[in-house]
Design a protein around this ligand. Sequence first.
Ligand code: MN
Length: 203
Amino acid sequence: MAFILPDLPYAKTAFGEDMSAETFDYHHGKHHNAYVVKANELVAADASLQGKSLLELINSSKGGLFNQVGQIWNHSFFWLGLSPETQEPTGKLADLINEGFGSTDALIEKLKAEAVGHFASGWAALNLKDGKLEVTSYHDADTPVAHGATPLFILDVWEHAYYIDYRNARPSYADTILKKHVNWAWVAENLDGNGAERANQPG
Ligand code: MN
C-alpha cells in the first residue's frame, strides 16, 4: 500500500492573498506530493520497509527516507492546523495558553519569534509537554513525532511556504498565518494526545 497525498481540508482559494491558490498548487501539489512520490519509491525498493505506517517509518529510519516520511507527516499536520476563518482559542486550550504565556497574543508573538528566529528551513511548533504548552522548532524535515512530543500545531518556515506570497518576508508570513489562520479548534482537539495519529497513514 502506497502513501497518498492527503486532500486539503479546504478550497485552495479559501485563504485569499494570505495563502494563495498558487502557493497551494506548489506547496501541496508539488512539494508535498514530491515527498509522497519519493517515499513510495524508497519503500517499494526495500521489502523490510513495507507495511510500516508513516509514524513507524519516521521512528525507524534516518537520512533520505526519514526526510521524505517526516515531511509527509509534517505537511499533513500543518494543513490540518490552518483555518480560512479567524478563530480564538477556547476552553482548556485557552486556559493552558493563559497559564503558560499570559494571553493568546503573547503565545502568537512567541511562536512568531520562534518561526522568524529559526535559521534556514524547518518548522516552528506548539507541543504539549508535561501538561503545559511548549514552543519550539525543528530543522529541515525533523518533526515533533520523532522526539516523542505531543504535537498541537506546526508552522512551515521553509522558503517554499511563503516565497510566492511574501517573497523573502518570513515575519509577514508568520504574522499573518499565526494571527488569522490557526485552526484553534483543531489545536484543542490535539490536547487528547492523538495529534500524531491525525496525520499518520497506514503502510
Ligand atoms: Mn513545506
